[in-house]
Design a protein around this ligand. Structure first.
Ligand code: GLA
Length: 386
């Protein structure tokens, strides 16, 4: 974080010729278990990671947001804060911010004023670690804090989610919710129906490893929305508002009324919800063997029923499983899918074993190297006056 802040400060001064008055930071996330359950009203178990987005800012006395994106080759955009804010025709990065401003302006009108902002992040893009959610939450929390709007963290998350919908991605609430509500040394179980948050301590003797397949996932695409439609279809066939409200018994009862794909999509979500609840317990009691069973089962379910894994992430999971032995292989693909990262929860003594195995075997499958890093569970959005 200190590196991106330093770069941000310098870029701000170069562009706007003044010192910023405030700073905001919001992290990316890794999801330990509970995939594609959020928009079904179910449970997820993510934590905030050590990478995120930093913004430094200053009030500019106008009704314009003037924004410098250091990571986009110092690309710049400005737009008026108005009741209706159009999308930029080509700059995706700023549309996340236009989308959040639109939400804020609708709710708070002219209390939302102009800021000069420089942005820099270090969440690897396209890795399924929520670089866009961290951007939205960072910006929403910055504006709320700058103008004393006191928007509750979960409402900031909802505005980020709405910004994704504005761009065309009908995502759930997980990424924004954890970026806003991350808690040091804790996973946060999110009940995506009630928005209730439960902290689950990460045992001191377990390490969270993230292995990036370096196969980019692109979520603003049809596959994600297509999965969501299948889930909605299954819920409607069973006569429940959300798959969260269905059980495996109900699904079996309605099996004949749905096609095989819809059935398997629903089976993933219903069984995954239960795995999240069980995994929370396993974490609390430091039961790595149970966690391993649940995380691997989650991967298999994503691979065979939800069909969102790719051969490279499947290979990474098998490589880790082989290195640690089945009993201790708490490993699965994480995030929206179609590439991105694998997450593993391992004992410190096994970290090197996993790294060695991945370095030795992954390239033969994928033609490229994987990137591996450890993270602790980190804090959520944080505003600081400079
Ligand atoms: C993406 C979405 C989330 C969630 C995950 C899958 O990260 O933004 O809302 O649906 O995929 O669990």
């Amino acid at each position: 974080m200190s590196d991106i802040k330093t770069i941000c400060l310098k870029a701000f001064e170069d562009k706007f010729g003044a010192k910023p008055q405030m700073q905001e930071y919001a992290p990316g996330r890794v999801n330990i278990i509970g995939e594609h359950t959020d928009y079904n009203g179910g449970f997820v178990l993510p934590c905030a990671i050590k990478y995120g987005t930093c913004m430094v800012a200053k009030e500019n006395g106008s009704n314009k947001m003037r924004i410098l994106a250091v990571d986009m080759n110092n690309d710049y955009d400005e737009f008026e804060i108005a009741p209706k804010i159009e999308k930029h025709p080509t700059k995706l990065w700023v549309n996340y911010l236009r989308g959040v401003t639109y939400q804020l302006a609708q709710k708070f009108g002219d209390k939302v004023k102009g800021l000069d902002i420089a942005i820099k992040g270090d969440v690897p893009p396209g890795a399924g670690l929520s670089s866009s959610a961290s951007l939205e939450v960072c910006f929403g929390h910055l504006v709320s804090s700058a103008f004393g709007l006191n928007v509750p963290l979960m409402d900031i998350a909802l505005m980020g989610q709405a910004a994704e919908a504005y761009i065309g991605m009908k995502c759930g609430i997980m990424d924004q919710a954890i970026s806003a509500n991350g808690t040091v040394d804790h996973l946060v179980r999110i009940d995506c129906k009630s928005y209730g948050l439960t902290q689950v301590a990460v045992p001191k003797d377990l390490v969270i490893l993230i292995i990036n397949s370096n196969i980019k996932h692109q979520l603003v695409g049809s596959e994600y929305n297509d999965r969501r439609e299948s889930c909605e279809k299954a819920a409607s066939i069973m006569g429940v508002p959300l798959l969260r409200d269905a059980t495996m018994e109900m699904l079996e009862k309605f099996k004949d009324k749905m096609d095989d794909v819809t059935y398997r999509r629903a089976r993933h979500v219903i069984t995954e919800d239960q795995r999240v609840l069980d995994a929370s317990k396993a974490f609390e009691s430091g039961d790595l063997k149970t966690l391993a069973k649940l995380m691997y089962a989650s991967h298999v379910s994503m691979r065979d029923d939800f069909e969102i894994t790719v051969k490279e992430t499947d290979a990474l999971v098998e490589i880790v499983k082989e290195a640690l032995g089945e009993e201790y292989a708490a490993v699965r693909q994480t995030g929206g899918g179609f590439g991105g990262c694998v997450v593993a929860v391992v004992e410190p003594k096994n970290v090197q074993k996993v790294k060695d195995a991945v370095n030795a075997k992954y390239k033969a499958v994928s033609g490229i190297d994987a990137t591996i890093f450890e993270t602790t569970a980190c804090a959520g959005a944080t505003f600081t006056k400079l």
